[in-house]
Ligand binder design. Structure first.
Ligand SMILES: [Zn+2]
Length: 344
């Protein structure tokens, strides 16, 4: 780990950024979680001791513990105003980092099955998205996500995503335990209908499961980008395929360390993925749960891997290029990034 040059740190902070792998429910800051829990009289782990008690629980030893906290926080989302509030609060945190555009994943059926009507959810998200733009200048797009071990959620999630296209829904995601008992083939028709409807296929793959999970995502889901994908390195033929077809990876280093996908940032495969010619961008996944932010991901990686200004710029540009923004907006953001280093 090297000490970052102050100019590089300043550049990272100032860069207009895009983020492509970020969960709405996993972006709820402890203060917001506590206020929602109090509003609805719901108890959160540690929250009896106030914010510090809850903060201590934003630490976990396993994916199962992580999921338990994640779902406990999700319970605090009840009315449309709650979904609006967490969306606007996320935009506030993004704006403070100069993140101008984010593709944000939400897992709608975890809320609908608790009794939140679909219309309430969509209304809250639409209002939040509009306010995020008005108040913070942050553009948001939604990816509606299916937990892969909840096969009964697949169809209603697809229908909701298709309905939400006018309200910023751009893709269908798949998350949860990758080792689930259901083969990905089960979701093939869901994802093919999503793609026919103009939605993008954006599954998590190659995080807890090896290359075969990525191959299956490509084969059965028509994956256009991979959430994580870091374990592709275990199969040279897969690396070659991903590089040749330029299928981007959304790489979330602090998440991978926190969930023990790799032992530490120094051992993270990101440099190898870049050397292999793969298309990668940096993302923060569930930032408060992993004590990070998109800016922190850049700062930590730049210090750990000794990145140059050019490397930082190329990764920031990659996130814009791999996004589903219209071409004209991509050019604007790329120009704004380059103008910071006098590149016009
Ligand atoms: Zn994720």
């Amino acid at each position: 780990m090297t000490t970052l040059a102050p100019e590089l740190e300043a550049l990272i902070r100032q860069l207009p950024k895009a983020e492509l792998h970020l969960h709405l429910e996993g972006s709820i800051q402890p203060e917001m979680a506590l206020s929602l829990a109090r509003k609805h009289g719901i108890s959160l782990p540690g929250a009896a001791e106030g914010i510090e008690g809850l903060r201590r629980h934003y630490r976990f030893a396993s994916f199962e513990q992580f999921l338990t906290l994640y779902l406990a926080i999700s319970q605090c989302l009840v009315d449309a105003g709650d979904f609006t509030a967490i969306t606007v609060d996320l935009a506030r945190v993004l704006a403070a980092q100069n993140v101008r555009y984010a593709e944000v994943t939400i897992t709608p059926m975890t809320h609908v099955e608790r009794g939140v009507p679909e219309a309430v959810l969509l209304e809250g998200l639409a209002e939040g998205r509009a306010r995020a733009h008005r108040a913070h200048g942050v553009e948001l797009a939604w990816v509606l996500d299916i937990m892969r071990d909840r096969t009964e959620h697949a169809e209603p999630t697809l229908e909701l995503a298709l309905r939400g296209r006018e309200q910023g829904v751009i893709g269908l995601g798949l998350s949860g335990q990758e080792q689930a008992r259901w083969p990905l083939e089960f979701f093939a028709s869901i994802f093919s209908r999503a793609r026919e409807g103009g939605l993008h296929s954006l599954p998590h793959a190659g995080e807890f499961r090896g290359p075969e999970g990525i191959w299956e995502s490509l084969r059965w889901l028509g994956a256009e980008r991979l959430g994580h994908g870091v374990r592709c390195l275990e199969d040279p033929a897969l690396v070659e395929y991903l590089a040749e077809h330029q299928i981007p990876l959304e790489v979330c280093p602090s998440s991978n360390v926190a969930l023990h996908v790799c032992p530490g940032l120094e051992q993270h495969p990101l440099p190898k993925l870049m050397e292999a010619g793969l298309s990668v961008s940096l993302a923060s996944d569930d930032p408060p749960l992993f004590s990070t932010s998109l800016t922190d991901e850049y700062l930590r990686c730049a210090a750990t891997f000794g990145w140059s200004v050019e490397t930082v710029l190329s990764l920031a540009a990659a996130a814009v290029e791999h996004s589903f923004l219209p071409e004209s907006r991509k050019r604007e953001l790329l120009t704004a990034q380059r103008s910071l280093v006098g590149g016009g």
